[in-house]
Design a protein around this ligand. Structure first.
Ligand code: GLN
Length: 309
């Protein structure tokens, strides 16, 4: 029954694939098969459901911003992070420099490139990339996560815009430590290879307040609450508002085609669908989630009691 609903959700999303395109500004991402689509759901009671291309590896891209924010909050603290990076949706593209130009301006939030490069610079002097890789494996319950060297090389060969952002941040005193090392750390985090299943694992950790399925606490409650709030308000780039209205599940997308979603206390959801809408979100994935949200009452502001009355 639940599996049927998931299959239906995926088939609702699939027709929209033709309206999307794979990302090509990082050449290696352009090699993805745009027709791929998959969804994995890990529930709190231990049950797991999958449909479609959920074993395919793809690069995590911007979804790594969630992992980096969580680690930064744990290691550097809330004040250090939010003294330097805002909490507001930007309304601009994820790689925009526009709002960084004004005097005194900081990155709008940690889910866009400028904010994530700043966050990378806070973490990098304290936590090595190798340690971040281990944490990512642990958070996602996936030992198969590795650095995709091809994506990393490809992204570094076209990194000019992110380098411009990084140096602009350095000129404003937002970068902590070495700017090139922060940039390298940021790009490596974006180049981690995951599957829809790994994202469902990460979603479940967030849905379960930072406690993994074995009962071990990996993240503090406060960290998880902050991360999920920022995902809800800023996780889908300049489509975050519309996504919050239509789907209402804290989520984060990446230009590799992934979407990470978490339904508090209930489940983690991972999506893979590399055909993107014009904002950089998986187009088939977005419609799949909208269907699921509607049919399972997953919207964060839905009141099940009021509906039944
Ligand atoms: N690595 C990508 C970039 O920096 C991440 C962007 C994304 O997934 N939106 O441009």
């Amino acid at each position: 029954m639940f599996q049927d609903l998931i299959n239906e959700a995926l088939e609702t999303g699939r027709p929209y694939i033709k309206e999307g395109e794979v990302a090509t500004y990082i050449p290696e991402l352009g090699r993805a098969d745009k027709n791929k689509l998959g969804i994995s759901i890990f529930c709190r009671d231990g049950s797991r459901f999958s449909c479609g291309d959920t074993k395919d590896r793809f690069s995590i891209q911007s979804i790594s911003k969630v992992i980096s924010l969580a680690v930064a909050l744990e290691v550097c603290g809330f004040d250090m992070v939010f003294e330097n990076v805002g909490m507001e949706p930007s309304g601009d593209a994820f790689n925009s420099l526009i709002k960084l130009e004004g005097s005194n301006s900081h990155p709008y939030n940690p889910m866009i490139n400028s904010g994530a490069i700043a966050v990378a610079s806070f973490i990098e002097p304290k936590v090595s990339f190798e340690e971040m890789l281990k944490l990512a494996r642990c958070f996602c319950q996936d030992d198969g996560i590795v650095l995709d060297e091809k994506v990393y090389g490809s992204e570094m060969s076209t990194v000019a815009r992110n380098r411009a952002i990084a140096y602009l941040l350095e000129s404003k005193g937002v970068i902590n430590g070495n700017v090139e090392e922060a940039l390298d750390f940021y790009v490596k985090m974006c180049s981690l290879s995951v599957t829809a299943e790994s994202l469902a694992g990460l979603g479940l950790l967030l849905a379960n307040d930072g406690v993994d399925p074995s009962g071990k606490r990996l993240l503090n409650s406060d960290t998880v609450r902050v991360v999920k709030t920022i995902m809800l308000t800023c996780g889908m780039y300049d489509r975050s508002g519309e996504f919050a209205v239509r789907v209402g599940i804290p989520s984060k997308s990446g230009v590799g085609g992934g979407i990470l979603s978490c339904v508090g206390g209930r489940m983690g959801i991972g999506i893979y669908g590399p055909a993107l809408d014009e904002k950089g979100n998986s187009i088939g994935g977005g419609y799949t989630l909208e269907y699921l949200s509607e049919h399972l009452n997953l919207h964060i502001l839905d009141s099940a009691d009021a509906k039944e009355a």
